[in-house]
Design a binder for this molecule. Structure first.
Ligand SMILES: *Cc1c(COP(=O)(O)O)cnc(C)c1O
Length: 395
């Protein structure tokens, strides 16, 4: 038998039960108790208005099923998704909830909306005309109207919507259950544009008297009671992200992303680090090579150096380990990121330990800012490689 032939020794791997989470290269902990608390907090801040849950984009990257169930159990009965497929998935977990589809409807999707009891949010005059022909043919089915009050993204133009509200020739089968609009500067409370949109929307709500109205997403909910109308639509705040700039975030963090140190290496003053050699070490250093990169949504723009497009934010992101904030050195790569751990006592970290990329110790929005972006983008970019663990409220 040659030395290299595979032997037939029976290796029994079954004795040891290994928890995938404890050895995952990259892992994500999602605290559903914090999520539910955040939703209840937004419901409290919404005063007399009902509070929806916005679960588009796989619940901001954190999992439509688990987050959807958590919101439902916390009492949410109004949900917003972006596209019909998300609505069909959510229907399995929220049997009697009202599910609004924010991008509205395309011809050919009628059956999906009727069979899954989804509410199209009609965003254009074309969609409106189409929906009237659908309900004329198949009968009454709830819809919502999105009115543009200044965003210039989706929505029926303001004056057209008001004229339509007064149009007595509207078919009786056409029965909107919600009129909504969206603020573009809600995260900047000092912006006068918020009031301008508010006043436009007040005209809409008056024109559609008797139809519930909704204007505020997370940031709009913080703007105060005038902005609440009948239903608020918080997203980012319930996921623990920052909704309003320049003030302390009152929400509980929900997601913690961590990646494992594969190797800790010594490098000398004067050597360079990572692609392009864009960082030259100014001291003898210890570098932790960590198992997450831009393929895991740890964006290349979080690099410590060498990303010209991020010129306005010279410093890169920080991770957190053993009580220390540790900076990213050089460029973030596809699967790996390098952190400078020189200032962490050598006895306190070793290969196999996890660096917190964002979470309770390293605020999501602070990391996002370092990459020239927002918490929303970090969450929705997480990718498929994280081992996920959900913490349930009663755990
Ligand atoms: C995404 C979205 C929301 C939720 O926004 P957040 O800023 O995450 O609270 C609400 N309404 C509409 C129309 C949206 O597109």
């Amino acid at each position: 038998m040659s030395e290299f032939e595979v032997s037939d020794i029976d290796v029994d791997f079954e004795d040891e039960i290994i928890d995938e989470f404890d050895i995952a290269p990259a892992r994500l902990t999602i605290d559903l108790g914090a999520l539910a608390d955040n939703w209840r907090e937004m419901a409290k801040r919404s005063g007399k208005a009902r509070t929806a849950a916005v679960v588009k984009a796989d619940a901001y990257g954190l999992g439509l099923e688990d987050c959807g169930v958590a919101f439902y159990e916390a009492g949410a009965r109004d949900f917003f998704v972006a596209v019909v497929q998300e609505g069909m998935t959510l229907r399995n977990y929220a049997p009697d909830a009202r599910i609004y589809v924010l991008s509205g409807i395309w011809p050919g999707q009628e059956k999906l909306f009727f069979e899954n009891d989804l509410v199209p949010v009609l965003v254009s005059e074309e969609q409106l005309a189409f929906w009237m022909s659908v309900t004329a043919e198949f009968g009454e089915h709830p819809c919502a109207l999105h009115i543009d009050t200044g965003f210039n993204r989706l929505g029926i133009p303001l004056e057209d919507a008001i004229a339509f509200a007064d149009d007595v020739s509207r078919p009786a089968s056409f029965s909107p259950v919600l009129v909504l609009s969206h603020l573009h500067s809600g995260d900047t409370p000092s912006s006068e544009l918020n009031r301008r949109q508010l006043e436009s929307f007040q005209r809409v709500a008056a024109a559609f008297e008797g139809v519930p109205a909704s204007l505020a997403a997370s940031s709009g909910t913080f703007l105060g009671a005038e902005y609440h109308f009948d239903l608020t639509r918080p997203g980012i705040a319930v996921y623990g992200g920052e909704a309003v700039g320049g003030v302390k975030n009152p929400m509980r963090p929900v997601a913690k992303a961590e990646a494992r140190i594969i190797q800790i290496r010594d490098a000398r003053k004067g050597e360079t680090v990572s692609y392009g050699g864009t960082t030259t070490l100014s001291r003898d250093s210890r570098l932790a090579i960590v198992s997450a990169g831009y393929a895991d949504g740890y964006l290349r723009s979080l690099s410590g150096s060498g990303v010209p497009l991020r010129g306005a934010v010279p410093e890169g992101a920080f991770g957190f380990i053993a009580g220390h904030r540790v900076p990213v050195v050089g460029r973030v790569t596809m699967d790996l990121t390098i952190f400078d751990v020189t200032d962490v006592p050598a006895s306190k970290i070793q290969a196999g330990d996890y660096v917190e990329l964002f979470g309770p110790n390293m605020p999501l929005d602070e990391v996002a800012r370092a990459g020239g972006t927002i918490g929303y983008e970090l969450l929705t970019s997480l990718g498929l490689r994280y081992e996920r663990r959900y913490i349930y409220p009663d755990d």
